[in-house]
Design a protein around this ligand. Sequence first.
Ligand SMILES: Cc1ncc(COP(=O)(O)O)c(C=O)c1O
Length: 393
Amino acid sequence: MAERVQRLIDRMRDDLSQVTPSDIRSFDQEVSKIPGIIKLTLGEPDFNTPEHVKNAAIESIKENHTHYAPSNGTPGLRSAVANFLDKKYQLNYTADNVIVTVGATEAIWTAVSSVVNRGDKVIIPTPIWPMYIPITKVNGAEPVFLDTSDNHFVLTPEKLEQAIKENGDSVKAVVLNFPSNPTGMTYRREDVAAIAAVLKKYDIFVIADEIYSELTYGDKHVSIAEYLPDQTLLINGVSKSHAMTGWRIGVLCAPAPIVNQLAKIHQYSVTTATRVAQDAAQEAFENGFEDGPEMKKEYQQRAQFVYEKMTEMGFSAHQPEGAFYLFAKIPASWNVDDKSFCHDLAYTNKVALVAGSSFGPGGEGYVRISYAASMDNLKEAMKRIKENVATRG
Ligand SMILES: Cc1ncc(COP(=O)(O)O)c(C=O)c1O
């Protein structure tokens, strides 16, 4: 029996051997067993979903909206998404440009697996939320990593164009994620315009993950879809903006003829997203314009607190610009790599951070702190990190 199972595993698709389960989730699970640990590991808002959104879901159940929705999402939600993106970021989408997905994660899966053939290349600026890497590999494509750590984690147009020229026609897509997980940096209008000017010259898809667009601390978010509406596959959702990670609603937007193609992978993967959750998300997009900005005020205070404490202790970091992460560099003089530091901090001082090397080239030597945690927990965590730091040269 066991032998047959092993033989069957050996016959599973080759690409599976290219990927391993998520580093972040396995570390999170491992350290969850440590009593009293403070985890600043997951990108999960600590706020609850706003009341008006929860009430919309309750109403939806009472009205027996318990059946399949249309595959691309309910017309009401798709219109609400288009309207929200237009009002907030001046994007000229209509319902026909929108697919409602199972979280932003399914939008990523649908986007990548709809565009790559075996052997194609996907340009991925790093450090980046790691999910992009296995999704690219499991689809038989190859990531081309561009380390952005030498330019405050913003991809330069020169580096991008050089990679496109070096890899030629095999480049199918470039991934852009800003505000960024894990770096907490974002792209200003001039950065977006400069990157767009390069990409406009090529028939390359731009997979733009703007899930943190409502959480910018300086200028308003600028979407690359404003500059490149024809080639952008825009990913957004309610997980971060409306504290709705558990509802699993994301969106994928593109020109309508491209939506018709993306809809095939979406339909054959999930049929449709959960109907009740779609009604809740519609309420969030229609009447929750201020939900994100309200939470942002809190995040910004925490960002400043964590930034000040960490830099006082000797870490170097950029002022946080968005999302809810601080990416802090461990001083070289401590002579410790990021994984060992995080391991020691978790087991000795009971604080869990994610090692920067989990986020691809350029992340080595950093730690990521998710400050989507209560101020009490952040204060205690900073105290404990200080105790660890006191033992180092
Ligand atoms: C950059 C980025 N994209 C996508 C996601 C996934 O979002 P969702 O929970 O809606 O699938 C995350 C979650 O951490 C993220 O950080």
